[in-house]
Design a protein around this ligand. Sequence first.
Ligand code: KIV
Length: 269
Amino acid sequence: MSLPPPKTKPVTVPDFLSARSRGVKLTVLTGYDYTFARLLDEAGVDAILVGDSVGMVVQGHANALPVTLDEIIYHTRCVVHGTSRAMVIADLPFMTFQLGPAQALASAGRVVKEGGAHAVKLEGGERTAEAIAAIVRADIPVVGHVGLTPQSVHRFGGFKVQRQQEQLLADARAVEQAGAFAVVVECVPTELAAKITRSLSIPTIGIGAGPDCDGQVLVIQDMLGMYGDLRPKFVKRFAELGTQIRQAVEAYCREVREGKFPDAGHSFQ
Ligand code: KIV
């Protein structure tokens, strides 16, 4: 018995790899739950990143370091349930790949097998290349992440723009040579990000890296205006849902307190 065909053709690794030659920019947003995943998928985003930014925008930590592999697996499962077209990429959190290739492969295997992710992302360039290669050898697609790597926040002394040209180029090339099919480039000046993009054949996905990357990624709460703890320059707010949500909740509280809700139209006769 054959399976029914999917309603929409899922976005694949070859689609990412051919994006530049097709003249198509890749769109990626973070997502952590079913409701948002459905909305993002229906709106046509190419990939949903279950980022370890979940530690900040969902869990309320000051950075992503406390996030666990089990939490990423849980959120990945929620996102996969809401997705029929977008590729689901799961982040490997802090200390789930730094011990070496064997640990990295075991962690990546869990997010694919238990979470249902289509690909994994891990931070670091040259220092992570062996881990990337081990995961790729098991046929798990990998996205690299260079530039501002938020898991290194304490070494960087904060979330700062990264400008070390030679190291960043070497990191990006190491990620490509290790077999990654895309690389996130975070908080890098526009010209340097363009140079990195030109030096690679895999697509670059920029965040705070200017317009010349092959695609863009943003944290969903940031671009919808729902998270105000950090306001980096590169975040464009495409909506002000934070304000709308506050106003809606204020209206609800007012109507309940004044006995206006529920009215006959929202009650059973
Ligand atoms: O965790 C995350 O959301 C990320 C993006 C900011 C790229 O890594």
